[in-house]
Write a protein that binds this ligand. Structure first.
Ligand SMILES: [Zn+2]
Length: 395
């Protein structure tokens, strides 16, 4: 048997070609089999065979022949099947739990929100997610949809062991350290008699950045530095493929050397000036309110509080710039909700920085609002199926 120089086997070619076709079908505009053959260089017979598998597996839907098509030559347009597999996002926050169910095209079919009391232990928080998970899985079952996986997100840093298994390293607002949250979620799924569900985990800033990028793709994201979060401030760096290379807790970067002590043990952390609690206190608000259950209008934040926060954030971003030289800064999550005055102040401070040799850097606002992390989590499950449809079909 002659192997081709790339070492491709029939199995790996089928996997590669299916992924290629799936990516084109997922591109947004319905495409025909003829288009797919032309754009991939595959034969029409190969395209028809592979598309047949994707249709049979419920990943792709044939929308039928376009009016005016040549008679006798079926040229049905193909799109992602809205009743195909769904991804479930689960966000565990200090004061609430949120979940959503998203199809392959990124449409949210169901969204659930549950308020929880602060200060719960990890197993109590995850236990509180059980009814919410039940409703999301019931919703999928009723619609005839299979869940391709659950992606869990928290505000904090994630660690990976040698096998790539992920757990929560530090979630300052939840006060979690070294928590194997996926095992806790797996136990809840078993209690619901749900087995064999793929689980994944990432920080809410990383997922939010990916969601913003999927919603508004373009070259601006390459080497983009996304600063966001709801209860905390974190950051993620995006590469050309849209996968974050690093995510950290920017909120605990010291920006004022002689500043007050932070709960983390540090001094003068960014959180003390631009954090949710710090800004509420500085604005004279009794408490910041649950992050997304009771949104607060940015107009309630006095200009001086906004400016102090923006100046501190710019200091932190300047440090990040010197380390990693990002091409664009994105402000997402709660920081995006502070609006254009906040963005403009950060951009102005970055341009007027003491390291005057640095070029001006664009500062943009995220658009997805407080659901960005949740959407990013669910969308990552869907993206995994699109990137490798055969593993889903054969699995
Ligand atoms: Zn701190």
């Amino acid at each position: 048997m002659v192997l081709d120089p790339g070492g491709a086997t029939p199995g790996s070619l089928r996997k590669h070609n299916s992924a290629l076709l799936m990516a084109l079908i997922a591109g947004g505009t319905p495409v025909s089999r003829v288009d797919l053959a032309r754009r991939t260089g595959l034969t029409k017979a190969t395209v028809s065979s592979l598309v047949g598998e994707l249709v049979d597996a419920g990943l792709v839907r044939d929308l039928g022949t376009e009016a005016g098509g040549a008679p006798g030559r079926p040229a049905g347009r193909l799109a992602l099947d809205p009743y195909g597999p769904v991804g479930i996002g689960l966000q565990l926050a200090t004061d609430h739990i949120a979940g959503c169910l998203m199809d392959l095209s990124g449409r949210v079919h169901a969204r659930e929100l549950r308020q929880v009391s602060a200060g719960l232990r990890p197993e109590q928080t995850v236990r509180a997610a059980r009814p919410l998970l039940r409703r999301l899985f019931d919703h999928a079952t009723t619609a005839g949809q299979l869940a391709a996986g659950v992606a869990v997100t928290i505000g904090g840093t994630i660690s990976r062991d040698d096998d790539g298994y992920r757990s929560v390293a530090w979630a300052p607002e939840l006060d979690w350290r070294s928590v194997d949250v996926l095992s806790l979620v797996a136990a809840e799924l078993r209690a619901l008699d749900l087995h064999g569900i793929d689980l994944s985990l990432d920080g809410e800033v990383a997922y939010a950045a990916l969601a913003e990028r999927r919603a508004n793709p373009g070259p601006q994201w390459t080497n983009g530095y996304y600063v966001g979060g709801e209860a905390m401030i974190g950051a993620a760096l995006l590469d050309g493929q849209g996968v974050e290379r690093s995510a950290g807790l920017l909120g605990h970067l010291p920006v004022r050397g002689q500043g007050p002590r932070c709960a983390c043990g540090g001094q003068g952390c960014l959180e003390l000036y631009a954090g949710r609690n710090a800004m509420a206190t500085a604005a004279g608000l009794p408490d910041p309110g649950p992050s997304r259950l009771l949104g607060r209008h940015p107009a309630e934040v006095p200009a001086r509080v906004l400016e102090t926060a923006a100046d501190a954030l710019a200091e932190a971003v300047i440090s990040a710039r010197l380390l990693i030289n990002p091409a664009t800064i994105f402000l997402g999550g709660r920081l995006a909700a502070l609006g254009e005055p906040f963005r403009a102040r950060v951009a102005d401070r970055l341009d007027g920085n003491p390291h005057g040799t640095l070029d001006p850097i664009p500062v943009r606002l995220g658009r997805l609002g407080p659901d960005a992390a949740l959407r990013g989590a669910a969308g990552t499950v869907a993206a995994t199926v699109i990137a490798d449809p055969l593993t889903w079909i054969d699995g």
